[in-house]
Design a binder for this molecule. Sequence first.
Ligand code: AMP
Length: 576
Amino acid sequence: MASGVAATSRTSEKVANLAAYLRSLDPESLEVACVFLTGRPFPASDPRSTGVGWAAVQEAVERAAGASPRAFGEAYDRSSDPGRAAFEVLSARETRERAATREAASIADRAAADERAPTGRSPDTGPSLPEVQAAFASIVDARRPAARVDRLVDLFERLDPLAVMYVVKVLSGDLRIGLRGGLLESAIADAFDRPLADVQRAVMASGDVGEVARLARDDRLGDARPTLFRPLLPMLASPATDAAEIVARLGTPLWAEDKYDGIRAQLHKAGTDVRLYSRDLHDIGGQFPDVVDSAREMAWDGVLDGELLAMAEGRILPFARLQARLGRKEPDAEVLATVPAGYVAFDVIAAGGGEPADAGTGAADPSARVTPLLERPLLERRAVLEALRLPGRIVVGHLEHPATAGELDAAFDAARARGNEGLVVKDPASGYTPGRRGLAWLKLKKALATLDCVVVGVELGHGRRHGVLSDYTFAVRDDRPGHEGELVTVGKAYSGLTDAEIADMTRWFEAHTLQRHGRYRLVEPSVVVEVAFDRVQRSARHASGYAMRFPRIARLRPDKRPAEADALSSVAALAS
Ligand code: AMP
């Protein structure tokens, strides 16, 4: 109880600090600060990636600090946090250069005070936030990895160690976790004295928290809306264990949709311009030209949510077939012929028919032409979807209306018999909440449970797997208050991946090893795997306090970031 109160006051203090900081910024810096505070160098819907991995950060920190090539790894051992490691290594340089000066002491103080409440404060001197973002853009533009590192060294040399710590956190996407739970949204609401609900609605509708901060500042939150070709995070489903639990949670009537085992994709269309975005908001249309071409035939503009699948003549093929299409930027004719793809739509996020196009220029702003449907109930959104005349490769997902737990079980079996993974059960009265994993969508998967975990360690295999890194130790996200952002191990398994995948992953893990301990290596925690198991039980063997019985790696999840791995609370729920 006492610690709960303490946590609350800390949170409100954090929000107040952040709000004061945001209020102090000019509009341009405000926008950039909010983007950085989500742990990204650019807005979520901006496809640019700096391409900066741990190796580059490590080298740049060591070069900027004039430190030994092992300094970063050793500092990382102490904190398990790349930002803090960078801070430590660079502070050592400062300390060496300006031994016992006031400045070093104040930096250390600020780091200690700020560790749990990052404010993204830029140093008094040194580049401004927009300048830091411009430096990120120049890193994107660097063609060779060596040039990227050079530009990173240049940036690190212009910043103080504390600022570097935040830059590294932004580059590694770490801040996102620290600020989960809507802290940033609360701070924006506080800073400009707007209702939190309005800020939350605007963030969901626009998908760009920087833009929303600016709108809040200008008292224009109502202007936030989905924009064509600026993808929103997809709405997510929470795991459920059985039909009885779902009925207890959602009541009836229930909507039970088949859970298709493919790749989540948001389809944006304006005229002949069609783009597909993955759940991590990358433009993946190039990999699915057959679906894109088919979608062009729709006499409709708007944004659909659905799943990409391997599909031949309306029949869905197993996920393994779709894998042949993945990882190829542009499939060749043979792949297109042997593994045709299709799209199962299950939702509509925005639809054409908003304000009329600008008759004067003829070239309308596409964003002006879509009406957001986020706040309409699923019932209405589905009606919009079903009224669409869809071309050959696009179909609407299967929907049942079970009235009892027994009927829900029957719907689950029928979905499995159709070759699908299970069901996503939805509340027909619910709105579409981008990026949220609420209780309006509950997923019921095959009897065999799976969890998405982050690989934190790998080991050389035995026998046929001799010489390759085939044994993985994996972790889930700790979501206990005060531990957010940490990873806790939950199991270890021999890889169930194909030889080719293991070979690929071995190369990747070799390049991203943080530390070697004999046959075992601690690796950069970036790879998400879906782990299947029979059940979860309490165990002191792993840091999570749980262990899986018969875990096996079901597949790689390159579409998920570590921040999207399952949380410790989900493991605990499965164990009870
Ligand atoms: P999981 O990937 O196991 O966390 O399950 C959630 C995913 O199921 C979503 O992100 C979608 O990619 C997928 N999915 C398949 N069918 C549906 C559906 N009818 N409604 C919502 N999500 C679905």
